[in-house]
Design a protein around this ligand. Sequence first.
Ligand code: ZN
Length: 594
Amino acid sequence: MSLTPLSLAQLNAASAAEAVALLDGVYEHSPWIAERALAARPFRSLAHLKHALAQALAASSADEQIGLIRAHPELAGKAMVSKTLTAESTNEQRKAGLTDCSPEEFAQIQQLNADYNAKFGFPFILAVRGPRGLGLPKQEIIATFARRLHHHPSFELGEALRNIHRIAEIRLNDKFGVEPTLGNEVWDWQEQLSVHTDPGYAELGQLTVTYLTDAHRACAAQIAQGMRDCGFDSVHIDAVGNVVGRYEGATPDAKTLLTGSHYDTVRNGGKYDGRLGIFVPMACVRELKKQNRRLPFAFEVVGFAEEEGQRYKATFLGSGALIGHFNTAWLDQADADGITMREAMKHAGLREEDIPKIQRDPSKYLGFVEVHIEQGPVLTELDLPLGIVTSINGSVRYVGEVFGMASHAGTTPMDRRRDAAAAVAELILFAEQRAAKDGDSVATVGMLQVPNGSINVVPGNCKFSLDIRAPNNAQRDSLAADILAALKDICERRSVRYTLEETMRAAAAPSAPEWQARWEKAVDALGIPLFRMPSGAGHDAMKLHEVMPQAMLFVRGINSGISHNPLESSTNDDIQLSVEAFQLLLDNLAKETP
Ligand SMILES: [Zn+2]
């Protein structure tokens, strides 16, 4: 490999043959991918080049995709032992410590290689340098290998291709001499914060940070210190435990741009959900401070104390308090150990009487923006690092029960049954098909139970939950109306009766067009194709939406975007792009502000 880094200008100016040669080795023994991606020249950025290569592969035939996967060596396999790997593969396998396996590890990997190949017909592909680029620990590689062996073949094919793209991304960074230093730092901050976890979970190596536990307060202290280190002008922990950092504008009367996300987690959750939206703007402030630069507006970053509603049923407590929605009835709620929220707050040194004072005056704010990990598979499947949120879905939830007739499974003929579970099953299939028709609605029966069911009894009753979400209220309501009508029909036809109770209804929060446009401008300037999508999950931005314009930016997660799960993660490269997008949004807003 050449020591002088390749430049985009050089790649854009090269003849087709030269350009393919310049990209040699990025995709293992497969120059055709580079050849086809060249149609997208001139490449506007490295992110654009990466996307063009991914698109070329996505558009290729199934045989070509399998061919590419098979062009890869086995992990710690024969080619490594006989030293016939490409230079790139040797480097990667060495970085992950695979060239230095114990005989037991080596035997374990050989067995996994054999089982995997027998099941899928292609070698196991893993970007062994990992999301941070430094190399995954050997044990994590082996655990991932074992886990992926259970995948469905079509899902695993996609996973193999995604790993190939990640391998290519790291190889391109090396070729272009690019290091995502801001992404690395933010990634490291996430890791450093994840050392704090609630008792009972720490022992299991799981991350759980619920409202006002010791781990939660340690997180707040660490975020506050991080903000001071970044050069915020003022940092404090407010009356509900939110960490608030302000970087003042050029003039004292300047309005404020508000951003932030939550630092609490679900039980056994991921390290990025919420926290990314605190650290990304912190990195922006650190860079501004380094240049001693002031914006024509103040910038306020809030680490919200509570969003997930885990210890107490008080979802969005942190962001809600900023808009005056702190419900004092919450204070009397007790957690699983009988500790009331009031006691927990007192123990944390928070003053109940100060809560009303943290309500913000919206007239002093420009708006609210939030960066959040996508928590879904869409960006991964489109090979896009960032997505523009158009709306936070509105939702409605129900719990219901169908009552039929419990009867003998052996003696009740099929045409004389009043099977409550079969009725709910029919409802589930209807909800699945009806929601899919909208394209961007979702409907889920997540809880399903036959109380006191027996293997030899036709289910006499069946309890279920129903969760319906859509990008706007009208779409949500029409979906809900159809599903409820289907429930009525199904029950009538089957001669069973039902009850249904609405337990929650939240309005959709469409992004403010001018703020969505600001994210779009920033993402476009990075050379990343724009992709607009609704947010299926609720976020702090939903609360701020009630008093000021808001818009969100999504960042792709790895492992198919899995979230509320320890496998949740994002790469240093994608985090780097999210920091750069936020910097561009700030720069552009500064230009707009008189
Ligand atoms: Zn979240």
